[in-house]
Write a protein that binds this ligand. Structure first.
Ligand code: PLP
Length: 437
């Protein structure tokens, strides 16, 4: 494949917590108290960005309200006042690193680092041996978390996978065991697709990614391979001018040539991310491999909680031949309390945005909660038998008999997650039951 003439080569350079203070001082003009709070938040949640995000995506004249700034820089309110004060005191007093770390670990432990029972309930076994770094929750799809893929080109403030990036090894899901993955797939022919995720599948070099992808091509049961990535938003040069960009694209083309769908599950949070020349070229180059690019993102307060933002994004994605896929609800982990949008409001935003786009963009489904029993979609709010209810539906379920079955919960304008909901009509259970016939 040929290189791209129009895109000047750009070398990736990560900016870390140690760069945070000068970025906030020089770019945002923040005074010491605001920077001090940001430092405390960055001690608990992962912070990483890069020149492209800082120079081309964030509008610094609109900070602190700029959506991409809110998407990537520590926000006051991500920590409770008490936790923030505690970390600030330790940092100010020059406490030894292990004391800071133990306070930070305690705070993280209270923030539900592994929602939806993902470590306990989804980790598969092969011949009595557990396979950490794999998740098998829905029959058709195996999630793989390659160890070298457990970082991103920049981190989102609301990240639901935040424990992957904070250095506590016991909080991490990751595998190097390609043999275990293949053995498991050979023993489970019901798995027809593999989703390589993290972190970010495209943070891996082409050579490393090949170690995970190539063995899949000799398994006749595998029909599609998905790559979960935010690289198109945070580092589109990954497929333009990174040293192994051509090798990466050739690898993806080989998956397509093997007769499988290669689906790039791109994470786009805001239409701003689609506006640079680099991302447009990156999308075109990726599409040139025969990959199908789909887009998904969570609905985040202060970032994209506006129907015009979603309608604009879905239209722009559709123009660029990217298929809208899921609108997620912010998960019950980490700074959920700060970024969550109530389900009732999420549904209104979804419906309003959906009503403004053509059928080509109405491939999107949402708002969806990826919860313990399955992926639950809020289909609407209705008045039934004199009761105001949420109409819900399982798009995926641990128990396949529940997929596609509508169910109802009492309407609650403040509910933000499945666990906040109560069954409607005096029923005992919230979840649907399979109705025979
Ligand atoms: C969302 C998800 C999948 C993929 O679901 P699709 O509806 O096929 O996109 C697979 N496994 C887990 C654990 C998930 O949360």
């Amino acid at each position: 494949m040929t290189g791209i003439d129009a895109a000047p080569r750009r070398a990736y350079r990560a900016l870390h917590a140690r760069h945070l203070d000068s970025l906030l001082r020089d770019r945002a003009g923040f005074a010491e108290p605001e920077r001090r709070l940001a430092r405390a938040i960055a001690a608990v949640f992962p912070f990483r960005t890069n020149d492209y995000v800082v120079d081309e995506l964030i509008d610094w004249s609109a900070v602190p309200d700029d959506p991409i700034y809110r998407l990537t820089f520590p926000q006051p309110g991500m920590l409770s006042a008490a936790d923030a004060a505690r970390v600030q005191r330790l940092l100010d007093g020059g406490a030894p690193a292990d004391r800071v770390q133990s306070a930070v670990r305690q705070i993280r432990g209270r923030l539900n680092p592994h929602p939806a029972g993902q470590q306990d309930e989804n980790e598969p076994e092969l011949d009595g041996r557990r396979l950490p770094g794999l998740q098998h929750k829905y029959a058709e799809t195996l999630l793989v978390f390659p160890r070298p893929g457990q970082t991103c080109h920049a981190y989102c403030t609301y990240c639901f996978r935040w424990p992957q990036f904070v250095g506590d090894q016991e909080l991490k899901m990751a595998t190097d065991d390609v043999g275990g993955m293949c053995g498991y797939l050979a023993a489970h022919p019901e798995v027809t697709n593999v989703l390589i995720t993290g972190g970010d599948a495209l943070i891996m070099t082409a050579a490393v990614l090949r170690r995970y992808l190539e063995p899949l091509l000799s398994l006749a049961t595998i029909e599609s391979v998905r790559l979960g990535t935010k690289a198109l938003s945070y580092w589109p040069y990954r497929v333009l001018t990174d040293p192994d960009a051509d090798e990466l694209l050739a690898l993806l083309a080989r998956v397509v040539a093997s007769g499988r769908q290669l689906a790039v599950m791109a994470h786009f949070s805001h239409p701003r991310e689609l506006q640079t020349e680099a991302v447009r070229q990156a999308l075109a180059r990726l599409a040139g491999t025969g990959a199908v690019i789909r887009a998904q993102a969570p609905l985040i307060r202060g970032v994209n909680d506006d129907p015009a933002v979603w309608a604009g994004m879905w239209r722009e994605l559709t123009r660029l031949s990217v298929v809208p896929y899921y609108m997620f609800v912010e998960r019950d982990t980490g700074p959920q309390g700060y970024f969550a949008v109530p389900l009732a409001r999420a549904y209104e935003i979804y419906r309003d945005a959906y009503s403004r786009v053509s059928g080509l963009a109405r491939t999107v489904r949402g708002p969806v909660m990826s919860a313990t029993p399955g992926k639950v979609c809020v289909d609407g709010v209705a008045e039934l038998a004199g009761e105001r209810v949420f109409v819900l539906r399982m798009l995926q379920a641990r128990d396949p008999a529940l997929v596609g079955r509508p169910f109802f919960a009492g309407f609650d304008p403040a509910a933000i997650w499945l666990t906040d909901l109560k069954p409607a009509f005096g029923q005992a259970d919230l979840l649907p039951r399979a109705v025979p016939g």
